[in-house]
Design a protein around this ligand. Structure first.
Ligand code: GLN
Length: 478
């Protein structure tokens, strides 16, 4: 039964699942859900593919598990059986995987219902979702602005859809946190290796992580509990018992929060003030706050773009018109054929990154660029190791700017575009978990508070996140 006197909109994912287990009419719910989804798609273009028929087909078999009947969307670079998976690239148009990624399979097994594939920058290459081959998703808070990227469609959908739903997304260098901040939703990027990458269309294998965008910390925890855990199909997946309990709120009096001073430099002054205000509120609740330094932050952006493009350029080699997605008539020598397919179907940013990454890996430049970037990455990791000897979590702004207008993005050079990732790339180089939480508004636009923790300390992040939510917007949970 639907909760008395309240629509689905006010329900947390856990409440919805409980009602679904108790016999809620899922057909009625999904009629409402898809009529809403069609309307949103018209207005904001948040999906590459809608999976309406697949959802209806899955309903009768929806398992009575911990996600029973819960709608979930999947970023389009995560493979879904029988549903087109393009990673936002025209070169993969028409590619229908014959399998589910492990994270998707686990979510379905727990009873989740796949509702669609969300918009993204091509292969994850971008910060504003403007590099998609399938149209640009618009921010539901102001359609003249970006949702952020590269998981822009996922965050926009969470924001726009006033119905229970969780979004499975992916981050390489900030693609969950950035759109979470721009759309005013919660974004959880877990520790590298916690969620299997099997079935993810790789951007940069040493950085990619599957995570969650949702309306609350608890909604994120609910999906993570199902997705995480060792997978024999991913050699980088961590061997660890499955399903930790992520439901504890932390007693803030026992929490030490570090403010990395480098993360407040060059940030919009209003954003820095808003984030500082949030940290002050946590301090008033008893958290101990101290300044810390991450002195190698200044090398993180360059190291990230060398490593990420080097890995991306090798990953993209397989898209040549022979195996997946688009092709052209077989004419000329094989390399001419490959070049024609790639020239035609890769977007400009993918081409730029193939060139950058190939250059960085070339004999002669490898020592100067690729190996240097690895050294810088080690220094960045050591900064975090030192910081987490002093504090439990780090707190910083998620992004240095508010969700920009498309007209502003159009005037950025590629390097200026990359510079927008300045606050998110270092934690991703280190593979540590991150949680972006809405912490206020400026000019009617949301500001993101970025919490970082040591490897596998998701429970500290979520515990502080829950405490923050209780202070700001009490969420009824079950
Ligand atoms: N904006 C970053 C990039 O373009 C991060 C993208 C991502 O995390 N997929 O590489």
């Amino acid at each position: 039964m639907r909760a008395a006197g309240r629509g689905y909109g006010g329900m947390t994912a856990r409440q919805f699942v409980r009602e679904a287990q108790g016999g809620l009419d899922l057909r009625e719910f999904y009629s409402e859900f898809f009529s809403r989804l069609h309307a949103l798609q018209q207005d904001y273009r948040l999906l590459v593919t809608m999976a309406e028929q697949a959802a209806w087909d899955a309903l009768p078999a929806s398992r009575p598990g911990p996600l029973r009947g819960l709608p979930f969307s999947v970023k389009d670079n995560i493979c879904t059986q029988g549903i087109q998976s393009t990673a936002g690239s025209r070169i993969l148009e028409g590619y229908i995987p014959p399998f589910d990624a492990t994270a998707v399979a686990r979510t379905k097994h727990a009873g989740g219902i796949l509702v669609g594939k969300t918009q993204m920058d091509e292969f994850g290459f971008g910060t504003f979702s403007t590099n998609s081959g399938y149209g640009v998703p618009k921010n539901p808070l102001d359609p003249s602005r970006s949702c952020g990227g590269s998981s822009g469609g996922a965050a926009g959908l969470v924001r726009a859809l006033d119905l229970p739903h969780v979004a499975m997304a992916e981050s390489t260098g900030g693609s969950i946190s950035c759109p979470a901040a721009f759309c005013g939703v919660v974004g959880l990027t877990p520790t590298y290796g916690l969620v299997s990458r099997w079935g993810l269309i790789d951007y940069a294998n040493s950085l990619d992580k599957i995570g969650v965008l949702a309306r609350s910390v608890d909604d994120c925890a609910l999906l993570l509990e199902q997705m995480e855990g060792f997978d024999t199909k991913d050699s980088t997946s961590l061997k660890r018992a499955r399903t930790k309990d992520y439901r504890q709120e932390l007693d803030l009096r026992k929490v030490k929060i570090g403010l990395p001073k480098e993360y407040f430099q060059g940030v919009d002054a209003g954003i820095a003030r808003t984030v500082q205000g949030a940290v002050d509120a946590l301090e008033r609740e008893g958290a101990k706050v101290q300044e810390v330094s991450l002195p190698h932050t200044k090398y993180a952006l360059a190291a990230y773009y060398v490593i990420a493009t080097a890995e991306a350029s090798t990953n993209l080699a397989k898209y040549c018109g022979m195996r997946y997605g688009q092709t052209l008539p077989l004419e000329g020598k094989f390399n001419e054929f490959f070049s024609r397919v790639r020239t035609r179907y890769f977007g400009d940013e993918a081409k730029r990154r193939i060139i950058l990454g190939t250059f960085a890996r070339m004999a002669g430049y490898r020592d100067q660029l690729y190996l240097k970037a690895f050294q810088a990455r080690t220094l960045v990791i050591r900064d975090f190791e030192r910081a987490f000897k002093q504090v439990d979590v780090l707190a910083a702004p998620t992004m240095p700017l508010l969700a920009p207008k498309f007209s502003e993005i159009a005037s950025l050079t590629p390097v200026e575009h990359y510079q927008m990732d300045i606050l998110t790339v270092a934690p991703n180089l280190a593979g540590i978990p991150q949680l972006s939480l809405p912490c206020g508004e400026l000019q009617g636009l949301p500001v993101g508070l970025h919490l970082l923790a040591d490897h596998l300390n998701e429970s500290a992040l979520l515990g502080v996140g829950r405490a923050w939510e209780r202070l700001t917007r009490p969420v009824e949970e079950g």
